[in-house]
Write a protein that binds this ligand. Structure first.
Ligand SMILES: N[C@@H](CCC(=O)N[C@@H](CS)C(=O)NCC(=O)O)C(=O)O
Length: 210
């Protein structure tokens, strides 16, 4: 298997942490979506990451799809990051808010890096969407007394919550006051201490810098 994309992408990172957690071997191609767009295009015309190339050359795009494929491949007994029933629905709900906040942060980064002059309306909208989604996620995390969101074992939602928090804190450094979200900050800190997160980490650099 080949995982295409840099670990400074929260979406690539969540896939890498899952592959490592499940002990699935993969080759990593840390290609930049801008500088290496032509290389990515050979596998994925969207030129987006994560892109996962399977051993049979099937190519999957989008982290949620890739994780569904990986969970199915390892089977229900080994897919420890997945949940079923009410926890499964909560996992999807929380993860969608976390990926949504990360999507808005990516939009904001592109707005600030790729345009000569930002559109204030869009910047303010993205900031508000991110901040109020972080409020929702903070409340969800505070509600839960367990080590991780659902129990004492990591889930895909835990991974995404951390990947999103670290990404926004680094990519939009200084734009938010993180004392507003102490539970999210503590959650990310606990995840970042684990080997899988440390192995799948690249400090964020602006698209023009890599
Ligand atoms: N919904 C996608 C989002 C992936 C995404 O936004 N990837 C960014 C990098 S963080 C990307 O490929 N950007 C280049 C582009 O969209 O052209 C997922 O979950 O995989």
């Amino acid at each position: 298997m080949i995982l295409v994309g840099q670990y400074d992408s929260p979406f690539v990172r969540r896939v890498a942490v899952a592959l490592k957690t499940y002990g699935l071997a993969y080759q990593h191609k840390p290609w930049s979506t801008f500088a290496d767009a032509d290389k990515i295009a050979k596998f994925n015309p969207l030129r987006r990451v994560p892109t996962l190339v399977m051993n049979d050359h099937t190519v999957f795009s989008d982290s949620a799809v890739i994780l569904a494929v990986i969970d199915e491949r390892v089977g229900p007994e080994h897919a420890t990051l997945a949940r079923r029933g009410q926890d499964g629905r909560d996992l999807l709900r929380i993860t969608a808010y976390a990926t949504g906040a990360a999507d808005k942060a990516v939009s904001l980064v592109y707005e600030q890096v790729l345009r000569h002059a930002v559109l204030p309306l869009w910047v303010e909208r993205c900031r508000l969407q991110i901040a109020e989604t972080l409020d929702l996620l903070e409340a969800e995390r505070q509600l839960r007394p367990t080590t991780w969101l659902f129990d004492d074992e990591l889930s895909h939602a835990d991974v995404m919550l951390c990947a999103m928090t670290t990404f926004i804190a680094e990519a939009l450094e200084g734009e938010f006051d993180w004392s507003r979200w102490p539970a999210l900050s503590a959650h990310a800190k606990a995840c970042e201490e684990r080997a899988a997160f440390q192995e799948a980490y690249q400090r964020f650099a602006k698209p023009s810098e890599n």
